[in-house]
Ligand binder design. Structure first.
Ligand code: SER
Length: 596
């Protein structure tokens, strides 16, 4: 098995698939463009959604990439051997080109051939879909692995919970075959298999055969084309190759952990609590740095992406305080992330100042929060009967003042009180359920559906951006876009409130473009040509970009889809203008159908 660095594996993966006719496309933003089903790009497939649904990709039918991803659903697992909130996903893609046979053969070759990773085949295990009412048992994949030389005892048929991939609850989907590395740990039980989460089998690669589409109403149909979506976890695979005991014990984290050790004067491995604190700080600050440094950057706030970012920063700060890392510790750790990743992700270098400033500001704000929390604690501490702070009060301190439970426990101890932590956890779990339902999967619909309403709102978003730039000036740039079947939401950089007069003007300009009934045309060209044409937009996906033009009203790089004539949009109405975060405004708007 080759002992590769993170950077070497990235390069080797892209080289392998380029040699096999795949165009290398750059990572898309961490903030999905016009895909309202998720807050962050959680897998390589999100930015490619329109193409998995059938649109032509300008770079062709075979693609490969390294995509930045954020998943915060597992945040409580961070600190163990394999969970991270930010990770890079290596992917190869077939958009209606090759299917199971080539996909499996290439995965096998890349993993086991001495020229590539050279992993011992006896340490690899596989799972295939066992079949259900939606799709048959995937015997083809099973037999293909056997053709490759896999012993059938290493292949497990598992159910849809394990071997069916779908982005959330609806969208392009299909059975997958997953590849696991046997870490060599003792089996957890007699039936220990890749289906357990005991840690013996580490999932390193997932090949999804996307040939189905699940509509929001649950109806399954066949996609126009059969696609392959594969995702290999970069950090996990590097840990495997380096024989590391966790993803943190690889070269990806060496410098980050060293900086934490330097600032805290402590040893990473001194005891279990310190290991956990180091890992949480390292993970959360790496994620925060990528969020702040993203081209469509996020700033800390109390809603959506900004809220998740704030929680990550505050959690990291709490551990930084525990380790006594001193002032501005987080931005000092972030410096290392920027230095380590800046070559591959130049946006981090570009936004280095901004990253530092935001982390330092957030640190100051958190100090204030803690001071407020202490005051609130002093106010209520005398009220507790029997010296127990009940769960509801502890949760209120957490929810309203942002006071972490560990701080409440510490203060309680100092004051001879105890905390009903169980009660706190129950309330916390209820809250999490609500916010999970309400945040990560908040919006249904969007490009996965690519239905009439979302397509219209997407086209209206282009007209809105163009109108804003006309009325407010070219400093207006897209900071985020989110579309449901009911409304569009557009975030843009602008330093002050937009006046009602200006909003009326923007609205009128959009409606003029609609009344003009101009055709919407799409052309493919290089990004440089697009910029020369004056096309705006952030979406870059390789050598060629699509440029959508709506008469003289709008010219923007975008993946689509769009209506074919602006007349289809009805009447455009701005419902709300508000602040989204510092220097970023948010507009919500709707389209009202014209009844003739
Ligand atoms: N979409 C699949 C995953 O995220 C494969 O890329 O695992």
């Amino acid at each position: 098995m080759k002992n590769l660095t993170t950077h070497e594996l990235r390069k080797l993966f892209l080289e392998f698939f380029s040699e096999r006719g795949h165009a290398v496309i750059p990572s898309a933003s961490l903030i999905p463009e016009n895909d309202p089903s998720v807050l962050f790009t959680t897998a390589g497939m999100h930015p490619l959604m329109p193409y998995l649904m059938g649109a032509e990709h300008p770079a062709g039918k075979r693609l490969c990439d390294v995509q930045k991803c954020v998943r915060t659903g597992d945040i409580d697992e961070v600190g163990d051997a394999s969970h991270l909130t930010f990770f890079e996903m290596l992917g190869n893609w077939s958009l209606g080109d090759y299917f199971k046979s080539e996909s499996i053969a290439w995965s096998w070759e890349f993993l086991t051939d001495e020229k590539w990773l050279g992993i011992d085949k006896d340490r690899l295990y596989f799972s295939c879909f066992e079949g259900d009412e939606n799709a048959p048992k995937d015997e083809f994949s099973h037999d293909r692995w056997v053709d490759m030389g896999v012993d059938p005892s290493h292949i497990f048929y598992l159910n849809a919970k394990h071997n069916w991939w779908i982005p959330g609850t609806s969208g392009p989907c299909g059975p997958d075959t997953e590849i696991f590395f046997d870490t060599g740990k003792a089996p957890c039980c007699e039936t220990c298999s890749p289906a357990c989460s005991c840690g013996k089998y580490l999932e390193i690669w997932n090949n999804v055969f996307m040939q189905y589409y699940k509509a929001p109403d649950g109806k399954m149909s066949m996609l126009e084309k059969k696609n392959v979506d594969t995702g290999m976890g970069l950090e996990r695979t590097v840990a495997t190759l380096q024989g590391a005991e966790s993803v943190y014990d690889t070269d990806a984290f060496t410098n980050i952990l060293a900086r934490i050790a330097e600032l805290s004067g402590k040893n990473y491995k001194s005891d279990a609590d310190t290991v956990k604190a180091f890992r949480i700080i390292a993970d959360h600050i790496r994620t925060a740095t990528f969020m702040l440094g993203d081209p469509r950057g996020v700033t800390p706030s109390n809603v959506d992406q900004g809220y998740i970012l704030r929680r990550l920063i505050r959690r990291a700060l709490r551990y930084a305080m525990q380790l006594e890392m001193g002032e501005n510790a987080l931005s000092k750790v972030a410096e290392v992330v920027v230095a380590d990743y800046g070559e591959v992700y130049p946006e981090l270098k570009e936004h280095a100042e901004h990253i530092k400033k935001e982390l330092d500001t957030e640190e100051l704000k958190f100090q204030r929060t803690l001071a407020n929390g202490m005051r609130e604690f002093e106010r209520i501490k005398g009220k507790f009967v029997g010296g127990v702070i009940d769960g509801a009060s502890a949760f209120r301190l957490f929810d309203t003042v942002g006071f972490p439970i560990e701080f409440t426990e510490e203060l309680a101890r100092e004051n001879g009180l105890t905390v009903d932590v169980e009660g706190f956890r129950e309330r916390f779990a209820e809250h999490q359920q609500k916010s999970k339902a309400g945040s990560e999967q908040k919006f249904k619909g969007g490009l996965a559906e690519a239905n009439e309403e979302t397509t219209k709102l997407h086209s209206a978003t282009h007209l809105l951006q163009a109108a804003l730039r006309k009325v407010l000036g070219d400093e207006v740039a897209q900071k985020g876009s989110n579309i449901t079947t009911e409304r569009l939401r557009f975030d843009f950089s602008f330093p002050r409130k937009v006046t009602p007069e200006e909003l009326a003007e923007v609205e009128a300009l959009v409606n003029d473009a609609i009344k003009a009934a101009v055709p919407v045309t799409c052309e493919e060209m290089s990004e440089a040509e697009a910029r020369a044409l004056g096309a705006i937009g952030l979406f870059q996906y390789g050598e060629k970009v699509k440029v959508y033009t709506m008469g003289a009203y709008s010219c923007e790089m975008c993946g689509g889809p769009h209506v074919s004539n602006t007349a289809e949009l009805g009447t455009f109405k701005i419902k709300k203008e508000e602040a989204s975060s510092a220097g970023v405004r948010r507009i919500k708007a709707v389209l009202i159908p014209n009844y003739r």
